[in-house]
Design a protein around this ligand. Structure first.
Ligand SMILES: Cc1cc2nc3c(=O)[nH]c(=O)nc-3n(C[C@H](O)[C@H](O)[C@H](O)COP(=O)(O)OP(=O)(O)OC[C@H]3O[C@@H](n4cnc5c(N)ncnc54)[C@H](O)[C@@H]3O)c2cc1C
Length: 481
């Protein structure tokens, strides 16, 4: 009697390349049923948009191999058990994931599945598995630099697996819902320019990797902090949805320089790999500290007297704070579901320090609006910005939105693009319109408080307020340290 088919359970690993579970099933010669369970509660509105298009792209790729993508809605574990019973599946294969909810699903599946079905978890899409990078004493690294050094000391991460050229499919396909019936694209809002900016799916990812390596990477180390230039890869949503594995990107960068070791690469290449190691650090940190996005890692920072300020939060979310670089970033987020990293740091600092609003409000908003939302990177970076992480920017470091703008958007091109009502202001005042003379404002058609808001806080005053709140929190610490 032929054994039953293999269910390959896909989550944020929406690719066929370097896919350990799919390759294992192919090597067994199994008939494969690739399935995705769409559990909408787990996706913000921008990520849901991306998911729709990513699933469509993967379905096309599988159809070219003669197969299909089975899409079902609702929680995965019950769905998998039902699907196994329906199809007589003998195996369920999946790639392990790091997020606490995903790991809980994996544990629940193992506990609930009957003896007739073998369940196998394979490598994540990360460079290393969490237990592979530990200190000499066997504990996780909590600081980036030693973590990165340990990754670079280790033998390089495994080479990516090639996508299977042929897969066997079931004789009868189980039912699948029509993707459009899930209505994944409407929540993000009609104003969005997502479709013009992004090409979700593995082919879009591969195109960006080529562009990065052929055109961009040589300038990466000098330009990566410039939001006004196309200075970074834009690969984060592809990585977040697993359309591209971190291993594939890592080896593509090495391969572009004849597989030289990290230390012999040009600086642009090394800096890009360093950023991938930040991503990796976030993944491993979330694995070991699953409350990364909910609880401050250093409790003192959690005791800060955060302000309840609905109006301030609302102005920040809508890009109406009166600080051009902050507003440009938040409007870029609304339109593209993405913000340049430097500006993410500036807007996060503004929320947490200038407005003294709890960083978790910012993290939740990003979770809803980012196409590249990733619990690990979001949690780690918000804690970094709030000074509550283990390896953080100190709370006393408060970004000045005017000098950050002048330094990283020197001609104001980024602000002009995203805050068009300021477009006619001269460079000298583009990051501080309140400093412009009435004549300059009038000539640029800017009426502060009318066509563009006055600053909702005075930065110098807000900075002092933040530092006072931080000192007060320190004084309430038992040891005052
Ligand atoms: C407050 C805040 C929240 C953030 N939330 C997220 C998030 O939800 N998802 C997310 O992917 N990134 C997040 N980041 C990190 C970073 O801003 C983005 O990864 C980066 O801007 C993506 O653009 P890129 O792909 O062009 O990056 P590139 O500069 O081209 O870098 C290549 C890759 O390295 C990784 N990377 C780069 N910078 C970081 C970083 N600081 N931390 C972790 N990984 C990094 C990303 O996977 C990125 O795609 C956040 C940063 C801040 C300050």
């Amino acid at each position: 009697m032929a054994t039953g088919p293999t269910i390959v359970w896909l989550r944020r690993d929406l690719r066929t390349d370097d896919h350990a579970a799919l390759t294992a099933a192919a090597e067994r010669g199994a008939r494969v049923i690739p399935v995705v369970f769409v559990h909408l509660e787990r996706f913000g509105s921008a990520a849901a948009w991306w998911l729709h298009h990513s699933l469509s792209a993967l379905a096309v790729e599988l159809a070219e191999l003669g197969g299909r993508l089975v899409v079902r809605s609702g929680p995965a574990v019950d769905g998998l058990i039902r699907l196994a019973a329906e199809t007589g599946a003998a195996h369920i294969d999946y790639n392990r994931h790091i997020r606490p909810a995903d790991r809980a699903d994996e544990a629940q599946l193992a506990a609930m599945v009957g003896a007739a079905v073998t369940v196998t978890g394979h490598r994540t899409g990360n460079l290393f598995e969490p237990g592979e990078v530990l200190t000499g004493g066997g504990s996780p690294y909590l600081i980036y630099t030693p973590f990165a050094k340990a990754c670079l000391r280790a033998p390089t991460c495994p080479r990516p697996l090639q996508a299977p050229l042929r897969l066997a499919w079931p004789e009868q396909w189980p039912g699948s819902v029509d993707l459009t019936s899930l209505d994944l694209t409407s929540a993000v809002g009609v104003c969005c320019g997502l479709g013009h900016q992004w090409e979700p799916g593995p082919r879009g990812a591969a195109r960006r990797v080529r562009w990065l390596i052929e055109r961009r990477i040589k300038h990466y180390h000098t330009e990566r902090d410039r939001p006004d230039l196309h200075s970074t890869s834009g690969l984060s949503p592809h990585l977040a949805f697993g359309e591209l594995s971190a291993r594939r990107l890592w080896h593509a960068v090495l391969h572009s320089r004849g597989d030289k070791p990290y230390t012999e690469l040009p600086e642009g290449h090394r800096r890009l790999l360093d950023e991938l190691l930040w991503r990796e650090f976030a993944q491993h940190t979330l694995y070991h500290l699953p409350h990364l996005e909910q609880q401050p890692l250093r409790p003192r920072a959690g005791d800060l007297a955060w302000r309840r300020d609905e109006a301030g939060l609302n102005s920040w979310q809508r890009g109406l704070t009166g600080y051009p670089i902050v507003d440009a970033g938040m409007r870029q987020l609304l339109r593209l579901g993405w913000i340049h990293n430097r500006v993410r740091m500036v807007v996060a600092s503004f929320l947490v320090k200038d407005l003294l609003i709890d960083w978790r409000h910012g993290a939740r908003y990003f979770a809803d609006r980012l196409v590249d939302y990733d619990e690990a990177s979001n949690g780690l970076n918000w804690q970094w910005a709030a000074g509550s992480g283990v390896d953080s920017s100190p709370f006393t470091r408060v970004f000045n939105p005017v000098t950050q703008g002048a330094r990283f958007d020197p001609e104001g091109r980024y602000v002009r693009r995203w805050v068009p009502e300021l477009a006619q202001l001269p460079d000298e005042v583009i990051h501080a319109p309140w400093a412009a003379s009435p004549t300059t404002l009038a000539a640029a058609g800017v009426r502060l408080g009318d066509t563009y808001p006055l600053p909702i806080v005075d930065h110098a005053t807000a900075r002092r307020r933040a530092l006072d709140a931080y000192s007060a929190a320190r004084e309430t610490e038992p040891d005052g340290s």
